[in-house]
Unconditional design. Structure first.
Lengths: 391, 342
């Protein structure tokens, strides 16, 4: 597993144009000059645009995360303080904010953690048994197991009754719970819409709507709709005897509200891509299976599911990358509250930015970058490859 | 090719299945439309009607008023609305189109050409950028630093760089591009701010366009790369044998075949740029603000002005929806991509 493959500028691109399409010698004079440059002409503009706004900011941000920022007379003042910002987040006074409050370990914690460790060890053992062990492969897998183990330890201790989740845990909850429901709903709706139903084009356009609204707008809209006193569901809340209950002041209530808004907004993305995937399926195996008397569950499990699996994996990866950056919903709906219960990593960086604590802000952003990279790589190496290989 | 565009369903549903399907689809339609309906209703209420509890149907349980629409479109806010609307209308489509242009070319190149960027060159390039930044922080004027950095880079390239032969491939380039999406905007916003400040581009539409092009390029490249892989290479080979240049092949043969993919990708990118808030907040002041900023600024000292917000959100989504309806038939087709490639 290669952690940190970026940033990587693409200098010295050498188009090897002979290999793919054109036979050299067909082209003469000026034309051939232009032809030889074609490979560069196509790729370089995009590379330059990316370089311009990625390499430079990335390095500057890294530097800022290693400094303390202060407003000084006539401008500002950056003092280099090494890894202190990161130390603060992981072990220092921001620890409960970032990682959360760890409950004291009890038997139950150890039991669950033991199960996770056993599962990870079984995974490692299988790899060793397969025989094809390489140094890089082993190192990558060890890092992955260590990272997942640490992550499990954190989740077990902060999500339990005595713990309090920090921004990292909260973000992971948003990402994984959100994607789980978005995918399930998107798949279910896509399966229904590809049937030969009259009026399915109407559903298709309507189901796309939530994605079209600006996230800030969605956040304010959900603040209106989820209002227990004046929102459209107020009579329901009253009937249920919850009129005085305010989800904003309940940690899990607030998280649930944000998750619902997130699921509402991003299910369409899953939906439309899955519709496309389902419609491009080859019909022959399905017809053959129907002739052989397969029921609809078997049809789905053995024909449709393998066919849409690769797209699903790509789709989940895209959402994984995007979902880690959730900001507008918690910022507008709860402003991270109650306390820091709904604060995501990006919101933590944003709040630090607003209070001009740029060093910590950049450090949080870098931790987020590490987290996204780690989980994307784990997803690609552990789940995606396996799922695609299996079928 | 034909297989791609055929419109097929899994199987014809039975009557009971059909009823159930409509039930579920209907429920989700309500879930999708209810918040939007609430926006419409709220936009027709006067403040007291919003505060005094839920009223559902205009004329039945409350008397609608167009005061919010009037305020946003004709009254005090109309200048802000118009200004930001024009900014959004300029920035979003232009940056989406530019991203599509650059990204499509790059995606095509990554599918049809072989690149072998050398590792040594890349490492020395990063080294030079780091040196440049350190120099600027230490007080060297940035123009001198850039020139000196480039000079050092070229010298290294000519002398030492040639010895390291290890090279990367197309997939590495693609992964690098995609990884640019993993960076949270908040991490890059400070340097980008400083960058545009130095270039005197702060608070201009150009700054927003450049930024949006860069952040949306990876998505375009990714989606279009998958799409180009589904286009058979034989057509291009025929064109080459007939003497068409690569540019001409790309323009008159590949692009027309890729229209569904282009349209779908364009729509995605347009939606992202149209709705982008965080970067616009940092990079624009009074002149280049876009619409999402006006929405959030309605949450002022007097508390959220729900009625104005509703109007603004509504006028903001209307053009996108119109486009989505017009282009709907392309969207599903244009995304067929991954399904074939895997």
């Amino acid at each position: 597993m290669q952690v940190e493959r970026d940033p990587r500028p693409l200098s010295q691109l050498e188009p090897n144009s002979e290999s793919s399409l054109l036979l050299p010698g067909r082209l003469h004079g000026l034309n051939s000059q232009a032809e030889r440059l074609a490979g560069s002409m196509f790729l370089w503009p995009a590379v330059l645009a990316l370089l311009f706004l990625s390499i430079f900011p990335l390095i500057v941000s890294l530097y800022v995360s290693l400094t303390r920022f202060r407003i000084a007379i006539g401008g500002y003042d950056l003092t280099f303080i090494g890894l202190e910002n990161y130390h603060k987040l992981l072990f220092g006074r921001e620890q409960t904010h970032f990682l959360g409050l760890f409950a004291p370990s009890t038997l139950i914690h150890w039991l669950i953690f033991g199960l996770v460790v056993v599962a990870l060890l079984v995974y490692l053992g299988r790899y060793l048994q397969e025989g094809a062990v390489s140094f890089g492969g082993l190192l990558g897998r060890l890092l992955m197991v260590a990272g997942l183990g640490a992550c499990a330890w954190m989740l077990i201790h902060t999500l339990g009754p005595d713990g309090r989740p920090g921004t990292l845990t909260v973000t992971l909850v948003y990402v994984f719970v959100g994607i789980f429901f978005q995918y399930l709903l998107g798949l279910g709706l896509a399966m229904l819409v590809v049937q030969r139903l009259p009026g399915r084009r109407f559903f298709r356009v309507v189901f796309l709507l939530p994605m079209m609204i600006t996230p800030v707008g969605v956040a304010y809209m959900f603040r209106m709709v989820t209002d227990t006193g004046r929102g459209p569901f107020a009579p329901l809340w009253q009937a249920a005897g919850l009129a005085a209950f305010s989800w904003v002041n309940d940690p899990w209530g607030a998280r649930a509200a944000i998750l619902i808004a997130d699921i509402w907004q991003w299910t369409p993305f899953m939906f439309i891509v899955l519709v496309a995937a389902l419609e491009s399926q080859s019909q022959d195996p399905i017809e053959a299976a129907i002739v052989d008397g397969a029921n609809s569950w078997q049809l789905f499990r053995y024909i449709t599911w393998p066919a849409i699996l690769p797209v699903s994996m790509t789709l989940i990866l895209i959402r994984l990358i995007e979902a880690f950056k959730i900001l507008d919903l918690p910022n507008v709906m709860t402003n991270g509250g109650p306390g820091t219960a709904t604060e995501s990593l990006t919101l933590q960086a944003f709040i630090n930015w607003r209070s001009l604590d740029l060093g910590v802000s950049a450090a949080v952003a870098y931790m987020l970058l590490f987290a996204v990279t780690f989980f994307s790589l784990v997803f690609v190496n552990l789940i995606r490859q396996r799922a695609v290989e299996k079928f | 090719m034909n297989r791609l565009f055929q419109h097929k369903s899994i199987h014809a549903p039975s009557p009971i299945g059909m009823a159930l399907s409509y039930l579920v689809l209907g429920i989700w339609t309500v879930i999708v439309l209810l918040p939007l309906y609430w926006l419409v209703v709220t936009s027709l209420k006067i403040p007291i009607q919003v505060h005094e509890g839920p009223f559902y149907i205009p004329f039945v349980d409350f008397q609608p008023s167009l005061h919010a629409w009037d305020y946003v479109l004709l009254g005090d806010l109309s200048r802000d609305t118009l200004r930001t609307y024009i900014n959004t209308v300029i920035v979003a489509p232009i940056s989406a189109l530019l991203a599509l242009l650059l990204g499509t070319a790059a995606a095509y190149a990554l599918v049809r050409f072989d690149y072998r960027p050398r590792l040594g060159a890349i490492v020395s390039f990063i080294g030079c950028v780091v040196l440049m930044i350190v120099a600027v922080i230490l007080g060297v004027p940035w123009q001198i630093a850039v020139v000196a950095g480039l000079a050092v880079f070229i010298i290294i390239l000519i002398t030492i760089g040639r010895r390291f032969k290890r090279a990367l491939g197309n997939d590495d380039i693609a992964f690098w591009m995609i990884s640019q999406r993993m960076l949270p905007p908040i991490a890059v916003v400070i340097p980008i701010y400083v960058l545009f400040q130095r270039l005197n581009l702060l608070d201009t539409q150009l700054a927003l366009i450049i930024t949006y092009v860069a952040i949306n390029l990876p998505i375009v490249i990714w989606l279009m790369r998958d799409y180009f892989r589904t286009i058979p290479i034989e057509l291009e080979e025929c064109a080459a044998i007939d003497g068409a240049s690569r540019y001409r092949t790309f323009w008159s043969i590949v692009l027309p075949l890729a229209v569904p993919g282009l349209v779908a990708t364009f729509l995605f990118v347009l939606v992202f740029t149209w709705n982008e808030y965080l970067l616009a907040l940092f990079l624009s002041g009074a002149k280049a603000q876009t619409l999402p900023y006006v929405i959030s600024s309605q949450n002022a000292t007097r508390g959220p002005q729900w009625w104005y917000m509703s109007v603004l959100i509504l006028i903001m989504i209307i053009p996108v929806i119109a486009m989505a309806i017009a282009l709907e038939r392309y969207i599903a087709r244009g995304l067929l991509v991954g399904a074939i490639k895997g």
